[in-house]
Design a protein around this ligand. Structure first.
Ligand code: MGP
Ligand code: SAH
Length: 253
């Protein structure tokens, strides 16, 4: 037989107690929401980049260790898994030039795979963020950070691979049915490729998933004989994120 309940020991909360309890829960919930909002503000999570913040661990697996971003960084950084794959392509290379380094998503991965990285960005704030982020991954000693315009610096640079992930014109890039190379910023893809080619034939371009592939791969014909080309669509959790095109001299075994 189940023990009988002693009704005198279990007392239903009074109406007043219930009210106080409800109010406390409300205050706690509001406080928690306020703290979350403040945290997002600190992390530069504007409404435009909220959806990228939700993907933060795909962007940097060590995000919680103190990764710092700005608004453009949020929507432009190469997700870590993709950056690592791009870096594996040049495993063991001497010097990799990351011409548009942003907050360091690619530079950090290159630094783990190659001897040295030259990471350039025109925005001093980006370079400061990238440098702090590189410290979190313990690779700051393998990267030279430069604040400058890649187009102006290019004639003075030497490297074995040039990585190009220029601005695509913001998240609205996908409104175009076909993303043509003239839409890349600050200069069209054709001019950009030619500048990189003066440094090395080994060039990696990270481009929008709606890029005009025919036009992009035709860049190989700017060299004689034409460069080898490898195209790769990059996914994270089954979602297409971008297209990487690898150009080079004899890249196929
Ligand atoms: P996205 O398409 O804006 O995001 O960017 P997502 O989450 O795929 O959005 P959805 O709504 O289309 O599903 C996808 C990836 O492209 C980002 O994670 C960046 O790596 C890259 N990317 C986006 N932009 C706008 C840029 C850019 O301007 N420059 C560079 N280099 N990469 C960018
Ligand atoms: N791959 C980077 C994201 C690059 S976003 C990452 O994973 O973090 C493109 C970057 O190009 C922006 O940070 C922007 O400041 C920079 N940029 C724009 N014009 C430039 C120029 N002329 N030279 C160098 N960097 C430039």
């Amino acid at each position: 037989m189940p023990p009988s309940k002693d009704s005198s020991s279990i007392q239903a909360p009074t109406k007043k107690k219930r009210k106080v309890f409800k109010r406390r829960v409300k205050i706690k919930t509001r406080k928690r929401a306020q703290i979350a909002e403040k945290k997002k503000e600190k992390e530069n999570v504007t409404p435009l980049v909220r959806k990228y913040w939700l993907q933060r661990y795909d962007l940097f697996s060590r995000y919680d260790e103190g990764i710092k971003m700005d608004e453009e960084g949020w929507f432009s950084v190469t997700p870590e898994e993709i950056a690592a794959r791009q870096a594996r392509w040049c495993a063991g290379a001497g010097v990799v030039i990351d011409a548009f380094a942003g907050v360091g998503g690619n530079a950090i991965q290159f630094a783990q795979m190659c001897h040295h990285v030259v990471a350039i960005d025109i925005d001093p704030k980006k370079v400061a963020l990238a440098s702090d982020n590189a410290k979190i991954y313990g690779v700051e000693d393998y990267i030279d950070f430069i604040v400058g315009d890649f187009f102006q610096l290019a004639p003075f640079l030497k490297g074995d691979v040039v990585f190009l992930s220029p601005p695509w014109g913001g998240p609205s890039y996908k409104a175009k049915e076909s993303f043509t190379l003239d839409l890349l910023k600050p200069k069209d893809g054709h001019s950009l490729f030619q500048v990189a080619q003066a440094i090395t034939p080994n060039i990696i371009m990270y481009l929008p998933r709606n890029v005009d592939l025919l036009q992009a791969t035709a860049l190989s014909w700017l060299s004689s004989p034409p460069l080898d080309v490898e195209i790769e669509e990059n996914f994270v959790r089954g979602n297409s994120k971008g297209i990487t095109i690898y150009f080079g001299d004899n890249i196929f075994p």
